[in-house]
Design a protein around this ligand. Structure first.
Ligand code: SF4
Length: 316
């Protein structure tokens, strides 16, 4: 079994508290999107936070908004955060955001599941019901982006295919950050593990990085390891596309069938029309079958499995 590609420690994630069942929005609303994960929820360690409550605003409260720019502009002193009554709450929100980042670093958080459209927690440009949301990133979102966290839109948890894509990239990202790279061969091995996934996400960036590694001198600067990790991490933070995911699934299945002679009739070629939910089921099945056979599934190269489950597998 490819034990070196298995995370046995749960990935630690921060989450906007209003998406983990806490009614902490300005209007006392909240949702539990995490519970959509069902049993899988237990594969992660969660840290719910609400920066607006932590900055001293209660529930219910006046909504706040960004004035003069986005969260990056706030950190550069070019924009402000103003309450509905016109009160300037910029400094209090910056302070709360800094303390959250400090907490996330202390608990070893890899990523953050954020509420879209929030002037505080929002990160990427997202739209809901065809309506553009906010002016992202928000104040905490900008700080987390700058600090290199892996950032997941909470709504995507409710889509089986999008979540499968976020989860596999998150695990690859967490594994990459843990790699102790001290020599050129370690760099190559790390790249070889993640390159198929990176190629699927962004063939151009992956191609450039592959070429650069091929031309790396033997005496490369030690700081290159950090640059390499940051560049691979940046690729892993980008979502893939359903068409590419389907194609890779089929290629992996064909490889699996040829190598092990195992047919999995539930897996379909990319041309077969099927729902997003069905594709996600096929991906999870392929992931499981490859794991059981100790095979490398290049679309999802890094998996989480509890240490008990890995020990049981090793006993067989
Ligand atoms: S989006 Fe962030 S700041 Fe707003 S209620 Fe949710 S957790 Fe609190």
């Amino acid at each position: 079994m490819l034990v070196e590609f298995i995370l046995t420690q749960k990935v630690v994630l921060g989450v906007s508290a209003c998406n983990m069942g806490c009614p902490v929005r300005y209007n006392r609303k909240g949702w539990d999107r995490i519970k959509t994960l069902k049993r899988e929820e237990g594969d992660f360690k969660w840290h719910p936070v609400c920066p607006e409550v932590m900055m001293g605003l209660g529930v219910p409260r006046d909504p706040i908004k960004l004035v003069g720019g986005n969260g990056f502009d706030v950190w550069e002193g070019k924009a402000k955060v103003i309450s509905k009554k016109g009160e300037d709450v910029t400094e209090a929100l910056k302070e709360a955001s800094l303390s959250i980042v400090k907490l996330f670093k202390k608990v070893g958080a890899t990523g953050f599941v954020f509420m879209e459209g929030s002037p505080t927690c929002g990160v990427y440009r997202t739209s809901l019901k065809n309506k553009r949301l906010g002016n992202p990133p928000g104040v905490l979102g900008a700080l987390l982006l700058k600090e290199g966290f892996f950032l997941i839109p909470a709504l995507d948890i409710e889509s089986p295919l999008k979540w499968w894509d976020w989860r596999r990239r998150l695990h690859a990202f967490a594994w990459l950050n843990k790699q102790n790279i001290s020599k050129k061969q370690d760099l190559y091995n790390t790249w070889y593990t993640l390159k198929f996934l990176c190629q699927e996400i962004d063939a151009k960036k992956a191609g450039e990085l592959g070429k650069e590694l091929g031309n790396l001198p033997n005496m490369y600067d030690a700081s290159y390891v950090e640059t390499f990790k940051r560049r691979v991490g940046d690729i892993l933070r980008e979502p893939s596309a359903p068409a590419r995911i389907k194609e890779k699934l089929w290629k992996s299945y064909v490889y699996h069938k040829r190598k092990l002679g195992e047919e999995i009739e539930e897996i379909n070629p990319p041309t077969t029309e099927r729902s997003i939910t069905k594709i996600a089921e096929e991906l999870n099945l392929m992931e499981r079958k490859a794991f059981e056979k100790g095979e490398f599934f290049s679309s999802a190269p890094i998996l989480y499995r509890s240490s008990q489950r890995v020990s049981k597998m090793l006993e067989k």
